[in-house]
Design a protein around this ligand. Structure first.
Ligand SMILES: *Cc1c(COP(=O)(O)O)cnc(C)c1O
Length: 360
């Protein structure tokens, strides 16, 4: 049984080295005679894992002392609510940029909490687009500005992060640590782990410490960021196995040269795939405006839906999994996150050429 070429959008591929290590110590972690899953979250063995996960994340993200790492649950989807519940004061307003499905969901939840200004809406544009983030009418007195750094379904990615008058908040679920970025522009970033960081069940939140005090005391304890901040994400039982895998992924990423190291690999993978699309004489058509093409989720169409279905089916027969576009938009999507090896992209590019020869 060989490893599949896994292009799943999330949960997504994990580094083979990480899986091998987890397998090797699954029943006996560090000579303790127990799985890490069976250890107390207050014990020595798990504590070392937890501390290393926090330290490695801080290092990879280039955090200063002004920021804190939190490991939460509820996915990025709970953050759509938790961000406004903590950061949007009664009577205040927040700026949001609507770039697609995920931004739209964040907006929907924020509107339940307070006033939302939509700075731009490119969510319905085809080819899929993003606004010029340098030229948006940011409010002077907004509680924060919310952006989605990578629209996983559309296949668009913010090419840079703007300077904003109020703290920038980003949903980075599908491109966190795929490239370096300057954390000091941000008040808060969040990401479900299951695309670039580890398994589902862990949500990474990085928050600027001064924002911890914004939440009203009436907010339920578990929804206040400061509850977990005070306890280093150990207020209650954290998702220990997920954090352990995330820690192994963070080690793997450090060995690759961190965000800058993996960015070079990611850019090369994406460039190959876009070159295959653009060089197909129109048989394959990229669906994102080129300036906003994602290096994580590459989306394209074929001349007909029948050919798209055949493409997906024949790809599966060649061990290439997860290429069907999101059900809301159709087409083809290859998710090529950090852990998707370059060989998988090479195999896909070869398959695309072969498929076109037979069906073009
Ligand atoms: C996958 C994804 C989400 C949803 O994450 P959950 O952890 O399933 O809640 C939110 N935003 C973006 C950009 C995503 O890619």
């Amino acid at each position: 049984m060989s490893r599949a070429y896994n292009f799943n959008a999330g949960p997504a591929a994990l580094p083979l080295e990480v899986l091998e290590q987890a397998k090797a110590e699954l029943t006996d972690f560090a000579g303790t005679g127990m799985s890490i899953m069976e250890h107390s979250h207050r014990g020595k063995a798990y504590d070392a894992v937890h501390q290393e996960a926090v330290a490695n994340m801080s290092k990879l993200l280039g955090l200063t002392d002004d920021y804190q790492v939190l490991f939460l649950q509820g996915g990025a989807s709970l953050q759509f609510s938790q961000v406004p519940l903590n950061l949007l004061p009664a009577g205040g307003s927040a700026d949001y940029v609507n770039t697609g499905t995920w931004a739209n969901k964040a907006i929907k939840e924020a509107k339940k909490v307070g006033t939302v200004n939509i700075l731009a809406d490119t969510s319905k544009e085809i080819p899929t687009n993003m606004p010029d983030f340098a030229a948006l009418p940011y409010s002077k007195d907004a509680a924060y500005v919310h952006v989605t750094s990578n629209e996983t379904i559309a296949g668009t990615e913010m090419p840079f992060f703007p300077d904003t008058p109020s703290p920038l908040v980003a949903d980075m679920s599908s491109d966190i640590l795929s490239r370096p970025f300057d954390i000091t522009k941000f008040g808060l970033v969040y990401a479900g782990a299951q695309k670039n960081l580890g398994p589902s069940g862990v949500t990474l939140v990085v928050i600027r410490k001064d924002l911890l005090e914004r939440a009203p005391e009436t907010l339920p304890t578990m929804l206040q960021y400061r509850t977990q901040a005070k306890e280093n994400s150990l207020y209650n039982t954290p998702p220990t196995f997920g954090i352990y895998i995330l820690m192994l992924v963070s080690r793997w990423l450090l060995a690759k040269g961190g965000a800058a190291g993996i960015e070079a690999i990611n850019k090369a993978k994406a460039a190959k795939l876009y070159a295959a699309i653009d060089g197909s004489g129109g048989f394959y058509k990229g669906t994102a405006v080129p300036a906003f093409r994602s290096n994580m989720n590459v989306t394209w169409r074929l001349p007909s839906e029948e050919l798209e279905a055949l493409f997906v089916k024949e790809a599966i027969a060649q061990n290439m999994i997860g290429l069907k576009g999101h059900r809301s938009v159709g087409g083809i999507r290859a998710s090529i996150y950090n852990a998707c090896p370059p060989e998988a992209v090479d195999a896909l590019v070869a398959f695309m050429a072969d498929f076109q020869k037979k069906n073009g």
